[in-house]
Design a protein around this ligand. Structure first.
Ligand SMILES: Nc1ncnc2c1ncn2[C@@H]1O[C@H](COP(=O)(O)OP(=O)(O)OP(=O)(O)O)[C@@H](O)[C@H]1O
Length: 223
């Protein structure tokens, strides 16, 4: 379980995140929404151990973020907004490269299967020849090489077509339910959020998002 208690983040005297508390259980997909600048990426970076909060506590599987950063990184997969893969390498070469950097060993067959499970079949294709949707799928596959318990996805479907969105959505659902992962997912697409996520976390006190989500009937936490 991920437990976030009274979390705040400020830059100087500018408060970005104020007093957020929530939990995420294995098998749950939690949507994170809010207007531009509300602090969604900041929250994900904190949960990914890349940024320190100003106040509050976080624990993943009872491991406190203050004292177990290294161990926690083995349990977390993070897909930032910007695609971070090698353009001149093939899909295969990218997967092998990132496998070498990861904590878990996976053979070539397992790496290929990981890509195939999200319908990414261009194994020998240089990344520069892939579509935006395929690059996003590869980025997601890379974040899963080390079998993380908690998966943090910052707009993983931004700018990609409906078919790829649906494929990524159903893959994430199966990942959560069948492999008992915890997933936190940001998107500006409300239809996607309501169809994929079990609960929604709305930050930034934005009445527009809160009204939209309340009418969808999804359990909503607003800060
Ligand atoms: N290093 C920093 N120093 C000062 N302010 C920062 C820093 N990083 C982010 N911010 C500010 O924090 C706020 C939240 O940014 P963040 O990127 O988390 O928002 P977001 O909700 O992810 O936005 P978007 O939907 O546009 O991706 C913004 O006002 C941003 O300018």
């Amino acid at each position: 379980m991920l437990e976030v208690h009274s979390l705040s983040k400020s830059y100087g005297n500018k408060t970005i995140i104020q007093d957020i508390s929530f939990t995420v259980q294995p098998t749950e997909i939690v949507g994170l929404v809010g207007e531009n600048g509300a602090g969604k990426s900041t929250l994900l970076s904190i949960l990914a151990t890349l940024l320190k909060p100003t106040k509050g506590t976080i624990a993943l599987e009872n491991l406190n973020y203050l004292s177990h950063r290294k161990l926690l990184r083995e349990k977390i997969g993070f897909v930032p907004q910007d695609i971070a893969i090698w353009d001149n390498f093939t899909v295969e070469e990218n997967m092998i490269f990132f496998e070498k950097l990861s904590w878990k060993n996976k053979n070539n067959k397992e790496l290929r299967q990981l890509c195939l499970s999200m319908n990414l079949d261009k194994w020998k294709e240089p990344v520069k020849n892939l579509s935006g949707g395929m690059k996003r799928k590869l980025n997601l596959a890379i974040s899963l090489i080390h079998d993380p318990e908690l998966l943090l996805l910052d707009e993983p479907t931004a700018g990609i077509d409906l078919k790829s969105r649906k494929e990524i959505g159903s893959y994430l659902k199966s990942l959560a339910t069948e492999h008992e992962k915890m997933i936190i997912y940001t998107s500006h697409d409300m239809d996607e959020i309501t169809s994929i996520c079990d609960r929604v976390l709305c930050i930034g006190q934005d009445a527009f998002y809160q009204n939209l989500l309340e009418s969808s009937g999804k359990p909503l936490l607003a800060f």
